[in-house]
Design a protein around this ligand. Structure first.
Ligand code: SF4
Length: 225
């Protein structure tokens, strides 16, 4: 990434952070109250069968979960990839570069932390779940409140609950931008490879493990999965 372009991106994000300080929690809370929401514990946001259930999370959130469980970081999170590798993110050695992490998933694609029995949608790390889960189905983008697909929308919510969610979505918005700025500052550029086949040759071992290079707000991490 060109240094000039990188500092432009950082400047834009810093300006966004300044603008966020003008967002009124009350305004966001009343929008949430108008939309309405009550979680039905249907588990559709956690299970793969119902769509994209990837949960992006920041390094400090991985640490928080590790501190409250007996789990190692690699059991908690995995490189944030899409289902189809993007050739622009494959380097000359065939390593796959990713930006950040997502919650680990089971072999069936469900979140690693939802109960196995499909009759129970309890979250095993509920108290320390990532901000994305805490605020779902709401999120902030370009200074506006947005809503993801969810069975619980349109249901009665109290003013107090709306204020709690509004505070959480704004906190998440700030944290994600600060994390992205830190990521850009630490970012180590790489050269895109021309031969995508390296993924299926040089970069895959006999157990079909692939080498990922994860860029996050703490730096660059090479891991094999
Ligand atoms: S947040 Fe929505 S999709 Fe997720 S469990 Fe609750 S009602 Fe279902």
């Amino acid at each position: 990434m060109d240094e000039k372009y990188k500092s432009l991106l950082i400047q834009e994000l810093e300006q966004e952070l300044t603008n966020i300080s003008n967002i009124s929690t009350g305004t966001i809370a009343s929008k949430i109250e108008d939309i309405g929401f009550s979680c039905l514990m249907c588990g559709k946001c956690c299970r793969h069968a119902f769509g994209d259930n990837r949960v992006l999370l920041m390094p400090n959130e991985i640490q928080l979960i590790a501190n409250h469980t007996t789990l190692e970081a690699h059991e908690i999170a995995t490189p944030a990839t899409s289902d189809v590798p993007d050739s622009d993110l494959i380097d000359t050695d065939g390593k796959i570069h990713t930006f950040g992490w997502m919650l680990a998933r089971k072999s069936n694609g469900d979140c690693n932390f939802i109960e196995d029995a499909e009759t129970s949608n309890k979250c095993k790390i509920h108290d320390v779940r990532p901000m994305l889960c805490r605020t779902y189905p709401f999120y902030m983008q370009d200074m506006e409140l947005h809503v993801s697909e969810c069975e619980g929308l349109g249901r009665k919510i109290t003013s107090e609950e709306s204020i709690t969610i509004a505070n959480d979505v704004i906190t998440r918005y700030v944290a994600e931008i600060e994390d992205t700025i830190a990521l850009y500052k630490k970012f180590e550029d790489f050269t895109t490879g021309k031969d995508e086949l390296k993924i299926t040759s040089g970069n895959v071992d006999e157990k079909y493990h692939v080498v990922y290079v994860v860029h996050d707000s703490k730096g660059t991490h090479e891991i094999t999965r």
